[in-house]
Design a protein around this ligand. Structure first.
Ligand code: GDG
Length: 500
């Protein structure tokens, strides 16, 4: 019980590498993402802790290292590892989280699969996370819980340790009540979230949906409401809201509903973009492209990311515009994070089939319209693609935020390039200057890519300058600062009473 800040995140904050039969813990090789930002919080506290799970064949194995002490550039912190068996991981993560929660969060009711869920297992795993956090947290500490697969942690934690300041952050969208309430466990989940002091989201719409879900299930009063700041209003787009609830009251307790859009590390990406190694990679991509223009699409292999719909749009555009043949290439980077799951294998198959059909229909010996990449490319290579792309085509059907579009903007040190962005990505409420597209409309999809390909340099520069201001304004450091302020705003009365 010694940490002032406990981060509960299902992944470990480092990579394990075996060196001469011994395990060494190293910084994640992927420098992007939120893990480094989360760890940077440890630099500001005396001692921090991180709770994650770790696959264990036999959780009772005495050789299993339950706690690892880290002392790195981010400070001193303990990583407490929950041993989970392969069965537990499958039930808790692949079945309950990915087959039942994920489709509902992204409003794909028809993909929701409730039958195989072992709810008791989900409770047990969440309870174990809560116990581990309670064991590490000092009196009155902040415990920051991340994402929907840990939905029940705040509730258990509040019972175990009423003194703690508990924050929960959603990285995904949060759907409206008529979709969320499909979940039979809705009351248990929302009751747990209402036990937190702060429930956080990327954008005002998800926060508004959460408030309406909470009000549909419990007696919850809105305490304070405020206008949505100008920079989060994108006129006429699907996810825009004009006012947002700041605080709820439930059972005599206040719950802050926070909005803080995740961003990227702009300086780091610009630095990589300007590195000589990246310039070399970019030059090679340029040579390979020759006169052809590059459309770039990057996203995990997931039905929410709209990869198939995008390829179908490309096919229609090539069919209707023979003048583009031989002049454009689509580079589609689609990497699967859950290779073993049937649903993702299906999406991957469909992507491969559609791309194959397009190449078969239109390709020739010296022009291949679509290139697919299914293995992760190193980050510098990705930055080189961002730099050489004439158009970044990011059209998810639903996406909590989407960091790829922000990375593309940050990488454009030349001030050019066009971003085509789905209005159903959270980022669309911030990136007003993108070409905004409705991925559910063929007409909108096809027109947007044609508009992007024909945009003159002056308009590209004007839009890119606005996009860069927006991406810098909500960079990852800002997200961190917003949370520091939020944590400081939680009253410490409970813990003070306990010490008195
Ligand atoms: C969830 C929410 C929310 C992708 N391909 C490669 C590669 N990537 C990196 C990108 C980017 C990251 O993966 C993807 O981030 P996203 O935000 O786009 O999407 P999710 O993985 O779905 O993340 C999302 C996010 O959480 C944060 O809250 O924005 O809405 O779904 O950083 O660069 N990186 C490398 N090679 C690849 O081939 N190196």
């Amino acid at each position: 019980m010694s940490s002032d800040l406990v981060i509960v995140y299902h992944r470990q904050p480092y990579e394990e590498v075996e060196v001469d039969g011994r395990i060494e813990y190293r910084e994640n090789s992927s420098p992007n993402g939120i893990v480094p930002t989360l760890k940077s919080f440890f630099g500001r506290v005396d001692h921090g802790a991180w709770i994650a799970w770790k696959l264990a064949d036999d959780p009772a194995d005495p050789g299993f290292e339950k706690r690892v002490e880290m002392d790195d550039a981010h400070g001193q912190y303990t990583v407490s590892r929950l041993p989970l068996t392969a069965d537990q991981v499958r039930e808790f993560y692949h079945v309950t989280s990915k087959e039942a929660f994920w489709p509902i969060l992204h409003a794909f009711k028809e993909r929701y699969n409730y039958d195989p869920v072992d709810w008791q297992n989900f409770r047990e795993v969440n309870h174990a996370f809560a116990e581990a956090a309670a064991a590490e947290a000092a009196l009155g500490a902040v415990v920051w819980v991340h994402d929907y697969n840990l939905w029940l942690v705040p509730g258990y934690l509040r019972q175990m340790r009423p003194d703690l300041r508990i924050a929960f952050y959603h990285h995904t969208p949060f759907p409206s009540a008529d979709i969320f309430n499909v979940l039979p466990w809705r009351r248990e989940i929302v009751q747990s979230l209402l036990a937190a002091d702060i429930v956080g989201f990327h954008i005002p719409r998800y926060a508004a949906n959460f408030v309406s879900v909470a009000q549909s299930l419990f007696d919850v009063d809105v305490d304070t409401r405020q206008p949505v700041p100008e920079h989060l209003i994108s006129e006429g787009t699907a996810l825009t809201e004009r006012s947002m609830v700041e605080r709820l009251v439930h059972d005599g307790r206040q719950v802050t509903v926070s909005v803080a859009p995740v961003g990227v590390d702009v300086d780091f990406i610009r630095d990589r973009a300007q590195a000589p190694e990246t310039a070399e990679l970019a030059e090679r991509i340029g040579e390979e492209l020759g006169e052809a223009r590059l459309i770039l699409s990057v996203g995990r292999t997931d039905y929410t990311k709209g990869g198939v719909e995008q390829l179908e749009s490309f096919e229609r555009v090539l069919e209707a515009n023979p003048d583009l043949h031989g002049k454009v290439r689509l580079m589609h980077v689609s990497v699967s994070a859950n290779r073993g799951m049937a649903v993702y294998a299906e999406v991957q198959n469909e992507i491969e089939q559609t791309a194959g059909r397009i190449n078969g229909r239109f390709g020739s010996l010296d022009w291949q319209p679509v290139s697919l990449m299914s293995n992760a490319v190193p980050f510098d290579q990705l930055v080189a693609y961002y730099q050489k792309a004439d158009v970044a085509w990011i059209t998810p059907l639903a996406d909590g935020m989407n960091l790829v579009c922000k990375e593309f903007v940050a990488a454009r040190t030349d001030g050019k390039g066009v971003l085509v962005l789905s209005e159903f990505a959270g980022a669309a409420v911030e990136l007003h200057a993108a070409v905004i597209v409705n991925p559910f409309s063929h007409k909108s999809m096809d027109q947007a890519i044609l508009q992007a390909l024909s945009m003159d340099e002056e308009e590209q520069r004007a839009r890119m300058a606005l996009l860069q201001d927006a991406v810098r304004g909500s960079c990852i450091a800002e997200w961190g600062n917003a949370h520091r302020r939020l944590f400081d705003s939680i009253p410490r009365e409970t813990s003070l009473r306990l010490t008195a």
